[in-house]
Design a protein around this ligand. Structure first.
Ligand SMILES: *Cc1c(COP(=O)(O)O)cnc(C)c1O
Length: 408
């Protein structure tokens, strides 16, 4: 085991050279604003790649989700069923529109929204019309089951595919399962524009509305005429140039990320851990982040307050706090699992539904088998591993040795 001279990142941008060509084209032709060839071509290319009819290039994934929430007609006081264990950007737009997120617990098979808990939520909140669902770490959710529950109750799905661009479920790309869908080109995503995002839909009317709203809602008139509120959410033609240059490398990035996942899996086969799971028969993740989950009986004691963690090291056992600490010591970046929304102080009053009904993680301490919900359990026992696609196999083998040492 040796300390890395250059930091091993969780996931950092990987550039190829074409990006700067398109940026320079924008510069040389002076299309430096939110109109231009890069935007047009990128929207077309994404539609072809993902298999949707319309793509609207926006400033980020969060703005795409915000416009999706508006398109879905979410308004003040509505309840919206949301993925619980996710980045908070999934949920923020629901709050922007003054609606109430109801958090749906996670399942162990893909770490996404649990369809049984979703069904339970419709018993408790039958008037709910919108579901915001994320595909965690690039693994598709259980779409057959989720879509069946949504259809049964006449609710529409907003798919947050920010982490899962290029992943497929039964051969179909993520970002097409919702009525409105969001993808992201944020700096650490599978491909990047440094920032940027897109709204994907098959609904022409919705695409046109999103385009109008994203450019300050100008009406068709000789002056600045306004009938509704607007946003400055459109993607810049410079950013679009970067993403345009990245898109041809999406499959290469996925192959690299998959190799990293497989190498961890093999390297950890004698440790009391599992990798973030998926169903090989029906889905192909994009393997954006490799994660591990420590077996219950191999967890040492770990307690987390709102902003600190401590643990007691034990032979043969470890915990995410210890592993992240040791990785950092060797100059490698890991990350805790997204802390579930129902455990966040700002959502302490929001409903949280588990498959057994109404529930709430009551403890931040890890106590094996003490009936904590799935999200709290994965948060307690899981972590994201360094998953940068520029990491060499030697570097990854070093990471594996470092993690093994935590269980000595
Ligand atoms: C990154 C991310 C977003 C937001 O994307 P931005 O482009 O950073 O706004 C939304 N949801 C999830 C799950 C993400 O990981």
């Amino acid at each position: 085991m040796k300390k890395f001279e250059n930091k091993i990142w969780l996931s950092s941008p990987t550039m190829h050279g074409d990006e700067i060509k398109y940026v320079k084209e924008a510069y040389d032709t002076n299309w430096m604003s939110t109109v231009g060839e890069n935007i047009n071509v990128l929207e077309k290319n994404i539609c072809e790649k993902v298999g949707c009819k319309y793509a609207v290039a926006l400033s980020c994934g969060t703005s795409a989700l915000h416009l999706a929430v508006k398109l879905a007609g979410v308004k003040m006081g509505d309840t919206v069923f949301c993925t619980d264990m996710t980045f908070d950007a999934t949920v923020n737009p629901v709050i922007y529109e003054k609606a109430t997120p109801v958090f749906i617990d996670t399942e162990y098979d893909t770490w996404n929204m649990d369809p049984e808990a979703l069904e339970k939520a419709f018993e408790l909140y039958p008037d709910t019309k919108v579901i915001v669902l994320a595909n965690l770490y690039g693994t598709p959710a259980k779409f057959d089951e989720i879509c069946a529950v949504a259809d049964k109750h006449g609710a529409i799905i907003i798919e947050d595919a920010a982490e899962s661009l290029g992943a497929t479920y039964k051969g179909r790309q993520t970002g097409t399962f919702g009525t409105y869908n969001a993808i992201s080109f944020n700096g650490n995503k599978i491909i990047t524009g440094s920032s940027g995002g897109m709204l994907l839909t098959d609904d022409l009317d919705a695409a046109n509305k999103a385009r109008k709203w994203s450019t300050q809602s100008r009406e068709n008139a000789p002056w600045y005429q306004h009938e509704e509120v607007g946003y400055n959410y459109r993607m810049s033609n410079v950013i679009a140039g970067i993403v345009r240059g990245q898109l041809p490398y999406l499959e290469e990035h996925i192959a690299q990320k998959k190799a990293i996942y497989e190498r961890y899996k093999e390297g950890f086969k004698d440790l009391p851990v599992t990798m973030n799971p998926y169903d090989k028969e029906i889905m192909e993740p994009n393997f954006w982040l490799s994660c591990m989950l420590i077996n219950e009986d191999a967890m040492c004691k770990q307690v987390r307050s709102d902003n600190e963690a401590c643990y007691i090291s034990e032979p043969g056992k470890s915990c995410p706090t210890e592993i992240l600490e040791v990785l950092a010591k060797y100059n490698a970046e890991g990350r805790p699992i997204w802390k579930p929304m129902h455990m966040q102080p700002m959502y302490r009053m929001n409903p949280f539904v588990t498959k057994d009904g109404n529930g709430r993680g009551r403890t931040n301490a890890y106590i094996a088998g003490k009936g904590i919900d799935v999200g709290a359990d994965i948060f307690a026992r899981g972590l994201c591993l360094p998953s940068d696609n520029k990491m060499t196999t030697e570097e990854q083998d070093n990471i594996i040795e470092i993690i093994k040492s935590c269980f000595n």
